[in-house]
Design a protein around this ligand. Structure first.
Ligand SMILES: [Zn+2]
Length: 60
């Protein structure tokens, strides 16, 4: 196959202007202070939100 018309360098770069990855958002866990993603369980303590903790304090 041969492209109908080759894209210019500028068109290629402009098209890729939306391809950048965004950094993962993180908040500090209010329970233990380690960074965690919002609405997700903390890796260290399992805290999600008040009233929901998926892992007991101190236990694995
Ligand atoms: Zn935590």
């Amino acid at each position: 196959m041969v492209p109908v018309q080759r894209k210019t360098h500028s068109q290629t770069r402009q098209g890729r202007s939306h391809d950048a990855l965004t950094a993962t958002h993180a908040v500090d866990c209010p329970n233990c202070g380690s960074p965690k993603r919002p609405h997700a369980a903390c890796r260290d303590c399992g805290y999600v939100r008040p009233g929901l903790q998926l892992k007991g304090k101190g236990e694995e």
